[in-house]
Design a protein around this ligand. Structure first.
Ligand code: NAI
Ligand code: MG
Length: 335
């Protein structure tokens, strides 16, 4: 079967790191066709839209998409809206997933291996805000169906990846209705968890543990805002922005991306760390059911880090091309 993989390089360092990830994918014995499409701020300036219909159609048609980064104008520009948000909405990508693992780098905190599964279609980020004189109000929408599907996603992931614990994070002692509904629904879904341990933490306690003993976490499932904050905090244990990858997943679509943005300060200099985008490609492979290839790419990333082939963000002097070449040489060594 030939996979259809849509590439969305975007702005700034996006094209540099997606080019690198594509080279790595092409070095695998994977039957795939790549379809490159435009998205983002430069696209908006050229085409008058940050997300052309042709791009949306191509993402819909693909088995998975890999996005670099999109820049945004510093001031508000009429007609410009974030294509990332639009893509999530259009494709109903309700799960935002970020794995964080101890990287093989000196001084890294050992034994961190967790994944934050964040509900991404409702909660405080549903965009229901208004300002009225002295008051500004945001509505927080939580549904039982939305809470159930994100928890089922977390459970399926935990089973497929041999995970041992799922922690529900909420604040139901204060937000009795919204977090209360999320908590009840999640606990209900997880009565089917079998061998997998289930526990729950209040979000403030979870933040404390994320700093004090991140090793205690395995799979975290939580609502939109809490997940956003906890996943950024967690990523500090994973070696930083140059390495962190994430996935936006729905029942009919999947977009993988490095967590970093378009990094205008280093764009065009050939020194962007491509490993976050390559790690995103590994997540994409895993999603396609190519767990073996995903594992190989992840091992090649680890070998590259162990060998000290580091871009400047990690304290080295390697270029994007050096790192990419080394990753590919490691893939070839595995054979
Ligand atoms: P950023 O992630 O682009 O950069 C933050 C810092 O990290 C910069 O110093 C940058 O050079 C460095 N950095 C980021 N990725 C790196 C890499 N792969 N290798 C080496 N260094 C790296 O965040 P910033 O500066 O806040 O935002 C820049 C633009 O990116 C903005 O327009 C923002 O809206 C956009 N952005 C887009 C995202 C996306 O497409 N999902 C996510 C975050 C920001
Ligand atoms: Mg964030």
């Amino acid at each position: 079967m030939s996979y259809r993989i849509c590439l969305l390089p975007g702005d700034g360092i996006g094209p540099e790191v997606i080019g690198a990830a594509r080279e790595v994918l092409e070095a695998l014995p994977l039957d795939a066709r790549y379809d490159e499409q435009q998205v983002g701020w430069e696209c908006f300036q050229r085409e008058g839209t940050a997300l052309p219909d042709s791009t949306l159609a191509a993402v819909r048609d693909s088995d998975a998409a890999l996005l670099g980064a999109v820049g945004s104008p510093s001031q508000r520009v009429a007609g410009y809206r974030s294509p990332v948000v639009a893509l999530r909405r259009e494709l109903d990508l309700y799960a935002c997933v970020r794995p964080v693992r101890t990287p093989p780098l000196p001084d890294a905190r050992p034994n961190v291996d967790l994944i934050v599964v964040r509900e991404n279609s409702e909660g405080l980020y549903a965009g229901l805000e208004e300002r009225n004189g002295d008051r500004a109000i945001a509505q927080r929408v939580i549904t039982a169906s939305g809470s159930a599907r994100i928890t089922r996603w977390a459970l399926r992931y935990a089973r497929q990846h041999g995970r041992q614990r799922i922690t529900i994070v909420h604040k139901a002692n204060v937000l009795r209705e919204t977090c209360g509904l999320f908590r009840e629904t999640a606990l209900d879904v997880l009565t089917d968890a079998g061998e997998i341990a289930v526990d729950e933490l209040l979000v403030d306690t979870a933040a404390y543990h994320m700093v004090r003993d991140p090793e205690r976490f395995d799979v975290i499932v939580t609502t939109n805002l809490f997940g956003d904050i906890l996943s950024d905090a967690a990523s500090a244990w994973g070696g930083g922005l140059g390495l962190a990858a994430s996935a936006n997943l729905g029942d009919h679509g999947a977009i993988f991306e490095p967590v970093h943005g378009s990094a205008p300060d280093i764009a065009g200099r050939g020194i962007a760390n491509p490993l976050a985008a390559i790690a995103a490609a590994a997540l994409l492979l895993d999603h396609l059911g190519e767990a073996n290839h995903a594992q190989r790419v992840q091992s090649a990333i680890d070998a590259t880090l162990r060998a000290g082939i580091w871009t400047p963000d990690l304290g080295g002097s390697a270029t994007t091309a050096d790192v990419t070449k080394f990753v590919i040489s490691q893939l070839q060594n595995q054979e």
